[in-house]
Ligand binder design. Structure first.
Ligand SMILES: Nc1ncnc2c1ncn2[C@@H]1O[C@H](COP(=O)(O)OP(=O)(O)OP(=O)(O)O)[C@@H](O)[C@H]1O
Ligand SMILES: [Mg+2]
Length: 249
């Protein structure tokens, strides 16, 4: 009942009030790519999973849910304006059979800063999810910002029924922060379908992904090397292979 519980719970309830929940009509599965830590390659992984699934002939949408620093479209080399259809729904941008929606075209310039607080951020997430004409999608892949508060929390609450895929780099600090994401998932009763280790190799070492996967009792789906060619846009083969695994069928 409203008004009960800890101050933290009451605050969350206020945030959530009136938010539309569940998948948009026509969307079969939603996978949120997440990690508590920034810069570990969530966008890189989300974009490449979306591309790999689309290459397999599936209908895929990518939601760039990084509201204040959206960069998935840049990684996808996609641009254009977001316009609305007659039903006032956003028409996603489209490239190579992949649909994408992001705040980027709405920010009015690559270097513009968005200074919004919690409730507006939650509302923006909800609108990008539910006021977009996604059509029929086998997968909606969500590129989430780091952390376990405002936006990531709103994504998981708005997209009730979503699954989570964790990204970590091999270092202990990244594993620790990815574990925080897993805890958030657990509290919200969200399934973690697997772990991807990114940036493995001589510089950061390896094994953090395996440790995290073991601790959570979920599969390590891929380990991707830190390589200059990936920073320049090359696609990792391990993600294409991963898209063929049963978990994505
Ligand atoms: N395996 C890799 N090898 C080389 N460069 C990589 C690799 N993975 C990601 N990168 C690069 O590292 C940078 C950070 O990656 P990315 O933006 O995907 O991280 P992120 O977790 O989404 O960051 P944020 O928390 O800010 O959203 C990008 O420039 C990306 O191209
Ligand atoms: Mg990112």
């Amino acid at each position: 009942m409203a008004g009960q519980g800890t101050p933290q719970k009451r605050f969350q309830q206020r945030f959530q009030r009136g938010l539309r929940k569940g998948f948009p009509a026509g969307v079969k599965r939603t996978i949120v790519v997440h990690s508590g830590k920034g810069g570990v390659g969530k966008t890189f992984v989300a974009v490449n999973i979306a591309r790999a699934l689309a290459d397999n002939g599936l209908k895929v949408g990518l939601l760039d849910a990084d509201i204040d620093c959206p960069n998935a479209l840049k990684t996808l080399e996609m641009d254009g304006d977001l316009i609305a259809n007659a039903e006032k729904k956003i028409i996603p941008l489209e490239k190579d059979g992949l649909k994408a929606v992001s705040m980027a075209p709405l920010l009015g310039g690559e270097h513009e800063a968005l200074l919004w607080r919690g409730p507006r951020l939650s509302r923006a997430v909800e609108q990008l999810v539910h006021d977009t004409d996604w059509g029929e999608l086998d997968f909606l892949i969500v590129d989430a910002p780091p952390g376990t508060s405002d936006v990531p929390l709103s994504i998981l609450q708005v997209l009730e029924g979503a699954e989570m895929l964790l990204v970590t780099t091999p270092q202990d600090t990244a594993v620790m922060d990815a574990m925080r994401s897993a805890k958030m998932a657990q509290r919200l009763k969200i399934d973690v379908i697997g772990v991807i280790e990114n940036m493995a190799g001589v510089i950061f070492g390896e094994g953090g992904g395996e440790r995290l996967a073991k601790e959570l009792g979920v599969p390590l789906l891929a380990s991707i090397l830190l390589k200059a060619e990936f920073a320049k846009g090359a696609r990792p083969e391990s993600i294409s292979n991963m898209a063929n695994q049963n978990i994505f069928q």
